[in-house]
Design a protein around this ligand. Structure first.
Ligand code: FAD
Length: 298
C-alpha cells in the first residue's frame, strides 16, 4: 500500500565514507562529530583523502591517526604518486602502515595547474598501476583504485580507460571506487562493460550528495561527469535556498542510489565532504537505521 519505491529499500547494503583532512581545529571538531554520527551505520571502511603532491601529507597522517584511534571502522588512506619520488611515496605508505593502516586507495593525482597535463616525477611512479605494483611489494596492503564511469579526461578512449583499470586490478588492487556521477545508467553501463571485459573485482559507486549545485557543476566539468538535464531542472532557482537545496539533494541522491540498487549494486562509497546530515538521511532512505542511542547524542 505504500506509494513510492524508496519504501521498498531493505538496507541489505554496505557503505563506506570518505573524509578529507581538516584544516582548522573547528573543522577537526566537525569531522570528529561527523565520523561519530556516521559510524552508527557500521561502515565497512572509512577513508581519508591525500593532497596531490603531499600538500596535506601531515594533515592526512594526523587525521588518519585520529580515525584509527577512534576505532569505529577500518581506515583506508588515500595515497597519490604525483610530484614525488618512489622513495617518498613508499616512505609515506610505510608511515601509514606504522599507524595501523592496512588499506590504501592508490591514486595517480593531478598536475599542479588545472588543465595542465600530468607529468610523472623523474624518479616517481608513472601512474596508479605502477603505484599499486609498488605497494604490493612493500607490504600486505589491501588496495583500492579509482574508476571512471564517464571516462577519465586524460584517457584516449573509454576502452583505453577500461584497460587501465584492468591493469590496476591485475597489479594487485581488489576494489574500484568510482568518480562521482549523476546518471545511474552511466554507472551501470560502465559496470556491465567492466564485467564483460573480465573484471570481477567489486566496482563501488562513489556517491556525492550535492551541497552547492553551481560548484558541483564546475567540479563535474573538470572531471568529466555529466549533469543530466532533469537534474539541472530540479536544482533551478535554489541557489539562495540552502535548506530546500539540501532536501532536494537528499531526494535526488537517494533516487540515484535506489536505481543503482535496482541495477544490482550493494556497496556504496559516500563523498561526505565531512558532513553527516545528508548522508544520514540518504542511508536511512536506503533502509539503514541509526540506533536511537546515537541519534539522541548527536
Ligand atoms: P591512473 O589510473 O593512473 O589514470 C589516469 C589516466 O591516465 C586515465 O585516463 C588512464 O587511462 C591514463 N593512463 C594511465 N596509465 C596509462 C598508460 N600507461 N598509458 C596510457 N594511458 C594511461 N586525488 C587526490 O589528489 N587525492 C585523493 O585523495 C584522491 N582520491 C580519489 C578517490 C577516488 C575514489 C577517485 C575516483 C579519485 C580520487 N582522486 C584523488 C583524483 C585522482 O587523483 C584523479 O582522478 C587523477 O587524475 C587520476 O588518478 P588515477 O589514480 O585514476 O590515475
Amino acid at each position: 500500500d505504500t506509494p513510492g519505491s524508496i519504501a521498498a529499500m531493505p538496507g541489505d547494503i554496505a557503505v563506506s565514507f570518505e573524509y578529507f583532512p581538516p584544516a582548522t581545529s573547528k573543522a577537526e571538531n566537525l569531522l570528529a562529530r561527523t565520523s561519530q554520527r556516521l559510524s552508527a551505520f557500521a561502515p565497512s571502511f572509512v577513508s581519508m583523502t591525500y593532497g596531490a603532491g603531499g600538500s596535506t601529507r601531515e594533515r592526512s597522517l594526523a587525521a588518519i591517526r585520529k580515525l584509527v584511534d577512534e576505532g569505529s571502522a577500518p581506515v583506508a588512506a588515500h595515497l597519490t604518486c604525483v610530484d614525488a619520488s618512489r622513495d617518498q611515496v613508499d616512505d609515506m605508505a610505510m608511515q601509514f602502515h606504522a599507524s595501523g593502516i592496512r588499506h590504501i586507495v592508490a591514486l595517480r593525482g593531478d598536475g599542479g595547474e588545472p588543465g595542465q597535463p600530468f607529468t610523472a616525477h623523474p624518479q616517481g611512479y608513472a601512474n596508479a598501476a605502477e603505484l599499486v605494483a609498488g605497494l604490493r611489494k612493500l607490504a600486505d596492503f589491501e588496495i583500492s583504485v579509482a574508476a571512471y564511469p564517464e571516462v577519465h579526461p586524460d584517457a584516449q578512449s573509454a576502452q583505453h580507460d577500461l584497460d587501465n583499470l584492468k591493469r590496476k586490478l591485475d597489479a594487485g588492487a581488489t576494489r574500484a571506487i568510482t568518480q562521482f556521477f549523476f546518471s545511474a545508467d552511466a554507472c551501470l553501463r560502465f559496470r556491465d562493460r567492466a564485467v564483460a571485459a573480465g573484471i570481477d573485482a567489486p566496482i563501488v559507486p562513489g556517491i556525492l550528495p550535492i551541497t552547492n549545485f553551481a560548484q558541483t557543476c564546475k567540479f563535474a566539468g573538470a572531471c568529466g561527469a555529466q549533469i543530466p538535464a532533469p537534474m539541472k531542472a530540479v536544482f533551478e532557482g535554489l541557489d539562495d535556498h540552502p535548506e530546500t537545496r539540501k532536501a532536494v539533494s537528499i531526494a535526488t541522491t537517494a533516487e540515484l542510489c535506489r536505481k543503482l540498487y535496482e541495477g544490482g549494486m550493494r556497496e556504496f562509497h559516500f563523498y561526505t565532504l565531512n558532513r553527516a546530515e545528508q548522508i544520514e538521511a540518504i542511508c536511512h532512505l536506503m533502509g539503514l537505521r541509526v540506533p536511537a542511542r546515537v541519534e539522541a547524542a548527536a
